[in-house]
Design a binder for this molecule. Structure first.
Ligand SMILES: [Zn+2]
Length: 144
C-alpha cells in the first residue's frame, strides 16, 4: 500500500465518521498518521493523545480526524481535548516506547485556511489541498 493511498483511505474513513470533508479534519488525520508512523506502534491502543484546539468548528473537526486515525477517542479516555484559543497542538505518547511526540499546526496555515473559507472556497477543495501540502509546511514536529 502506498503512502498516498493510505492517506486517502484514512481521510475517507474520517469523513465517514465526521459526516463531511474539510481541511481541519484532514489536518487531524495527518497528525494521527504521523503519530502512528513515528511512534511505530504495534497496537494502536497503546497510544495516548492530548489535543489543544479552539473548541469550535471548523477547528474542532481536527478531533475527529485524530479519533478516526489513531483510535484514541474521548470515549475511550485515550484522547484528552483542551480548549485553547492560541494554538492547535497535539501531544502523543506511547506507553511501550516512552517516546513523546508533539505536533503543532503552523499559525499561518490556520489563518490562511480561515481566510480561504471566508472567501468562499469550498471545504472539500481546501481539504484536498491540505492533504498534499508537505508535512513541514503544515507542522512543527518535536520528538523526545
Ligand atoms: Zn468538520
Amino acid at each position: 500500500v502506498s503512502e498516498e493511498s493510505e492517506l486517502e483511505s484514512a481521510i475517507k474513513n474520517a469523513e465517514n465518521l465526521h459526516g463531511h470533508l474539510g481541511p481541519f479534519l484532514v489536518i487531524g488525520v495527518r497528525m494521527g498518521m504521523i503519530a502512528l508512523s513515528t511512534l511505530k506502534l504495534k497496537e494502536k491502543g497503546e497510544l495516548q493523545a492530548t489535543l489543544r484546539t479552539p473548541l469550535s468548528t471548523p477547528f474542532s473537526c481536527i478531533i475527529d480526524g485524530i479519533q478516526a486515525t489513531t483510535k484514541c477517542t474521548v470515549g475511550n479516555q485515550k484522547l484528552r481535548v483542551e480548549n485553547s484559543q492560541k494554538e492547535i497542538k497535539a501531544r502523543f505518547e506511547s506507553a511501550n516506547t516512552e517516546k513523546v511526540l508533539s505536533i503543532r499546526v503552523h499559525a499561518e496555515t490556520i489563518s490562511k485556511l480561515i481566510n480561504r473559507l471566508s472567501e468562499g472556497i469550498s471545504a472539500e477543495e481546501l481539504a484536498l489541498k491540505i492533504a498534499h501540502v508537505p508535512e513541514k509546511e503544515l507542522f512543527t514536529i518535536e520528538e523526545r
